[in-house]
Write a protein that binds this ligand. Structure first.
Ligand code: ATP
Length: 239
């Protein structure tokens, strides 16, 4: 990988007195997909929140294109090109699909973000979002809601897309449909960080992976060449 678009350097995060991350070194290149795996409570979501400016971190612990940006408030992170597909989706459920997406278009306009994602391009990626444009989000299936959530993040024209367990609770067919969109997203030059519980899925969808255990990186390497034994050791610890 030449030149990280986003990197973390000894990233530490706390919830009050509880330390959740202990010095994470991470990097992702342009258009790369990097998976973050680990058991429940390993610190994966905390890592995304810390990068996104949703937890207080020191500025030089997170860098974009080499510039320190740690602790930048989340809306300014969007302005700098980082968008998150949060766990639980956090959509405006009473609003229609198109109104949810327009919020993101307006936000990108307001923040001066320009890029290749338009509503029509998004509709080509997930045609159901066009068919259901006027449907309230609360009437959609879980998979369709996830597509809205991904669409909303893409319309912020991110350089780096952070995805927090986008497969959670979805049927295998729907998961395949959503993951099939990743190559197109990466073809736009967008880098994708995938937090995933499903290790096989994480491995097959990414170029490299990091495994976290109790707030520390226990394994990193090319997704295609780390072995099941290495992952199992890194996932559960022990000697
Ligand atoms: P999961 O797959 O369960 O979401 P995770 O790897 O994403 O797991 P995190 O949610 O990042 O793990 O949690 C890391 C640690 O931080 C856990 O010990 C968790 O209990 C703790 N934690 C997470 N959120 C909070 C919070 N708001 N307040 C206090 N502790 C928290």
């Amino acid at each position: 990988m030449t030149g990280a678009v986003l990197s973390t350097h000894g990233l530490v995060a706390r919830y009050g007195d509880f330390q959740a991350l202990y010095g994470i070194d991470f990097q992702i290149g342009q258009g790369e997909a990097v998976a973050l795996i680990g058991a429940n409570g390993a610190g994966k979501s905390t890592f995304l929140r810390a990068v996104m400016g949703l937890l207080p971190v020191a500025s030089d612990m997170v860098r974009m294109g080499g510039q320190p940006i740690g602790g930048t408030p989340a809306d300014r992170m969007v302005q700098r090109g980082v968008a998150i597909v949060p766990e639980g989706r956090r959509l405006f459920t009473g609003m229609s699909v198109q109104d949810n997406l327009r919020v993101a278009v307006d936000q990108a306009d307001r923040l001066g973000r320009r890029g290749g994602w338009s509503l029509s391009r998004l509709h080509r990626l997930f045609p159901i979002l066009n068919e259901k444009a006027r449907t309230p989000v609360q009437s959609l299936s879980g998979g369709q809601q996830q597509m809205v959530s991904i669409g909303r993040a893409l319309l912020c024209q991110p350089t780096v897309l952070l995805c927090d367990e986008i497969s959670l609770g979805l049927a295998p067919k729907v998961i395949r449909e959503i993951y099939a969109a990743l190559p197109e997203i990466r073809a736009q030059g967008t880098s994708v960080v995938l937090v995933e519980q499903d290790v096989g899925l994480a491995q097959s969808a990414s170029d490299r992976l990091y495994c976290l255990l109790e707030g520390r990186v226990t394994l990193t390497g090319p997704s295609g060449s780390v072995t099941r034994d290495q992952i199992s050791q890194a996932y559960f610890g022990g000697s």
